[in-house]
Design a binder for this molecule. Structure first.
Ligand SMILES: CC(C)(COP(=O)(O)OP(=O)(O)OC[C@H]1O[C@@H](n2cnc3c(N)ncnc32)[C@H](O)[C@@H]1OP(=O)(O)O)[C@@H](O)C(=O)NCCC(=O)NCCS
Length: 169
């Protein structure tokens, strides 16, 4: 897994050194409620994430840095038999919302997956009332494919409706 950079952001592969920042971000209420993390995300959850066999095999997680400061995280995971389809998510510290950071990060990851990892489809699920995330996906060239009803198993609200967005090679 490599560092991805653009003029706006630097994406650094997740490692032990990111524990406190990752845990801090995952517990910010505006992030926690959207990204399906346990209501209290602990250091044990973080260790479990890093040591999970899936982590090395199919998951790619980067911390997003702007001016050498961690401002968010972005992840994706390969699914399907031959790893040509990826699904992911992202979150940004609310103090940095509205500066184009998520869009810059997603564009980097999408390009990396399509051009360097042989992806043929990159997809994302988003709640219909998450206007900012929908805008990020559309700015990055993802297209809405439909509404999946009671599709996503949320941590605390049962099965929820989500839009499927995708970008195809
Ligand atoms: C979604 C999120 C990652 C966006 O991060 P960000 O760095 O602010 O995103 P960007 O600045 O790149 O783009 C946000 C866009 O949404 C727009 N926007 C913000 N709130 C909006 C709303 N309620 N409805 C519609 N558009 C909205 C912004 O104006 C901007 O568009 P513009 O560049 O055309 O002006 C951030 O809000 C977040 O972390 N939310 C909590 C976690 C989350 O929802 N993750 C996604 C799960 S699918």
């Amino acid at each position: 897994m490599k560092i991805l950079t653009s003029e706006r952001v630097r994406l650094v592969p997740l490692s032990e050194v990111h524990e406190s920042e990752f845990v801090r971000l995952a517990n910010i209420p505006e992030i926690n409620r959207r990204v399906n993390k346990p209501p209290f995300y602990s250091q044990a959850h973080f260790s479990e994430l890093l040591s999970h066999p899936q982590h090395a095999k199919t998951r790619l997680i980067w911390m997003i840095e702007q001016n050498a400061r961690v401002v968010g995280a972005i992840n994706t995971a390969a699914s399907g038999r031959d790893g040509r389809m990826f699904q992911g998510g992202y979150w940004i510290d609310p103090a940095f919302w509205g500066q184009g950071i998520a869009s810059a990060a997603l564009l980097l990851v999408k390009t990396h997956l399509l051009e360097e990892r042989g992806a043929e489809r990159v997809q994302a699920l988003v709640e219909p009332d998450n206007g900012a995330s929908i805008r990020v996906l559309e700015k990055c060239g993802y297209e809405r494919e439909g509404l999946l009803r009671k599709f996503y198993p949320s941590v605390d609200r049962g099965l929820i409706d989500v839009f499927m967005y995708a970008s195809i090679a």
